[in-house]
Each structure stands twice: as C-alpha cells, then as structure tokens.
Design a protein around this ligand. Structure first.
Ligand code: SF4
Length: 183
C-alpha cells in the first residue's frame, strides 16, 4: 500500500505577510483608524482565519503555538493576545531558551530576537523605545511588545508551576475564544 503524502504548503507559508501584519499585534481599536482601514483589517483577519480553519495542521499548530513556541503573528486562528489568554487559562508560560531554534519570533521586518531586545534595553537603559527600535531596525511597538512580555513573564514566573497541558485542554480553551467562532 502506498501512503500519499500531503505536500501542500500551508497558507501561512504562501502568504506570510498576511499573518505577520503588525495591526494584529498591537490591538487596533476602531477609533485609531479610518473606517476604510478598519474594514480592511476586518477583512484581512477574516481571510487568515478562514485559511487557518481549513488547514490540516490547525490542531498541531495551535498546540505548538500555545504550549511550545511563542511565535509572532497570527497563527492557528489566534492572535498573540488570544494565545496569551489561553496560556493564562491553562496556567502555563512558555519557557523558551534563547538558543532554541525557535527563539527568533517571526516579524514582518525579519526576525527580532526577544533576547536581543532585552540586551539592548540593558545596554541603553535611558533610550526611548523609538531609539531602540531604530537600532534594531524594527518598529517601536515591536520593542514595546517585547519589553511588556518580559515584564509580564517576570511577574508571573515566580508562582507559576511548569505543566504540560493536553491537546484537549488547549482545544477547550480555544473553543471559549471569541475568535475561534467558525473555526
Ligand atoms: S493553522 Fe498554522 S500552519 Fe496552518 S495556515 Fe494557520 S498558521 Fe499556518
């Protein structure tokens, strides 16, 4: 018997720019943008949601993005905020060593290593996020996001116990998300 291998490329690899849109990361509110931009964002989110919902890797991808690798951008029908919420519900935190092959989160302008942002902050403690962003060649909101994540991690790490949730637990939390509707 011959086993047919699925060689299709997942939609996120075919259209990476749609998944890495910064507007998904620093939550855009309606009043910050024009109606046309808002409609464009809604459409783009609906598109990537639909692509992920039809992806055969959805369950694996969701589990890895929630439990194993803190990826940047939209993944498995979730934004980074969605995945943080799921982790909070599960009571877990990703411990991602800086030498992990996955340690460079995805970014629209190329990989910005979380550790590099923190190291630069330590080297230039008085510089603004804009100045740090210029040194890194990324946006100020990317720098702010990394610094916020470091702060939040530090606050949570002490009482947090490491545990590995099951796929079912992750899926249950995912099902409770507003953004999972229709997936
Ligand atoms: S489910 Fe994961 S692998 Fe599939 S398109 Fe979405 S982000 Fe890509």
């Amino acid at each position: 018997m011959t086993i047919a291998e699925d060689t299709r490329v997942p939609p996120c690899a075919e259209k990476p720019e749609a998944y890495l849109d910064e507007r998904f990361q620093s939550p855009t509110v309606r009043t910050d943008v024009t109606l046309a931009e808002w409609e464009d964002l809604k459409q783009q989110r609906a598109d990537v949601h639909r692509y992920c919902a039809g992806c055969p890797l959805l369950v694996d991808c969701l589990y890895r993005a929630v439990v194993e690798v803190d990826v940047y951008g939209y993944a498995a029908c979730t934004t980074e905020a969605d995945r943080r919420l799921i982790r909070r519900k599960l009571g877990i935190e990703i411990f991602q060593p800086s030498d992990s092959p996955f340690s460079a989160p995805r970014t629209g302008a190329g990989p910005i290593d979380h550790e590099s942002v923190l190291a630069l902050r330590q080297t230039y403690p008085t510089e603004t996020c804009i100045q740090l962003a210029q040194r890194l060649g990324c946006s100020a909101s990317t720098v702010k996001r990394h610094l916020r994540r470091a702060r939040e991690t530090q606050e949570r790490l002490a009482p947090m116990q490491r545990r590995t949730p099951t796929v079912e637990e992750v899926l249950d939390c995912f099902d409770e998300l507003e953004s999972s509707r229709g997936a």
